[in-house]
Write a protein that binds this ligand. Structure first.
Ligand code: HEC
Length: 210
């Protein structure tokens, strides 16, 4: 083998190396591997958050309607969160919290024999459907300093259900407020609801005005 042949072989080897190297540089640019922005896998789970987002969108349904649409069985099951501290039965004992029989439309903080916090004593007013709804959503926000250490019920539909349940635990159940008329598009979408009713009305009005 003369040196010329050796050179050819070396040249071929080097050339191949160079080609492979440049190929890897080029493909590296094309198939660049980016480190993930967030480490680990994202697992899509429908959890409570989905529920709260829904709940946040819910207030557009008026409380009156939620109450009328409430499922009584749901109410009884939501009320299980309260029984550690409250008795719902007639003549039920005061526990951690006061007995809640006849609570609807009763004066706030007046259940016989219960030692209310000053915050509750000072709240005044009556436990109307609306007040109960606000209170049960976030007790310590509505009555700052209350001794009811309960985080609250996030879902408006759950609150409505338990309030209906509460309203039934009474000698003379307070009738539910009448549902409010809500047009169909309003229920579904908050953004688009205004457009359809006004647009045709304008068209109808236009010839009359001219
Ligand atoms: C950890 C115990 C606890 C839980 C759970 C609890 N409460 Fe209470 N609740 C209390 C206490 C204590 C008070 C009295 C608050 C005060 O004096 O500030 C109270 C007060 C109330 C009042 C005012 C009663 C009145 O006579 O003015 C209502 C209504 C009420 N609770 C409803 C509920 C409902 C409905 C639930 C379940 C969804 C619930 N609570 C869960 C402890 C609890």
């Amino acid at each position: 083998m003369d040196s010329f042949e050796l050179n050819k072989i070396m040249g071929a080897v080097l050339g191949t190396c160079l080609f492979v190297l440049s190929l890897s540089i080029v493909t590296g640019g094309i198939f660049a591997s980016h480190p993930p922005l967030k480490a680990g896998y994202e697992i899509a789970v429908k959890d409570e958050k989905a529920g709260t987002q829904q709940a946040a969108a819910e207030p557009q349904v008026p409380l009156e309607n939620l109450l009328n649409e409430a499922n009584p069985e749901k109410g009884a099951s939501v009320a299980r969160q309260c029984v550690a501290c409250h008795d719902f039965a007639k003549g039920g004992a005061n526990k951690v919290g006061p007995g809640l029989y006849n609570v609807l439309n009763s004066d706030v903080g007046t259940h016989a024999g219960f030692n209310y916090s000053n915050a509750m004593k000072n709240k005044k007013g009556k436990w109307t459907f609306e007040e109960l709804d606000k209170f049960l959503e976030n007790p310590s926000k509505v009555v700052p300093g209350t001794s009811m250490t309960f985080l609250g019920i996030r879902r408006a539909t759950d609150r409505a259900a338990v309030i209906v349940y509460l309203s039934k635990q009474a000698d003379n159940p307070v009738p539910l407020p009448k549902p409010v008329a809500v047009s169909a598009p309003e229920k579904k979408d908050g953004e688009q609801k205004a457009a359809p009713p006004t647009a045709p009305a304008e068209k109808k009005d236009a010839p009359a005005k001219q």
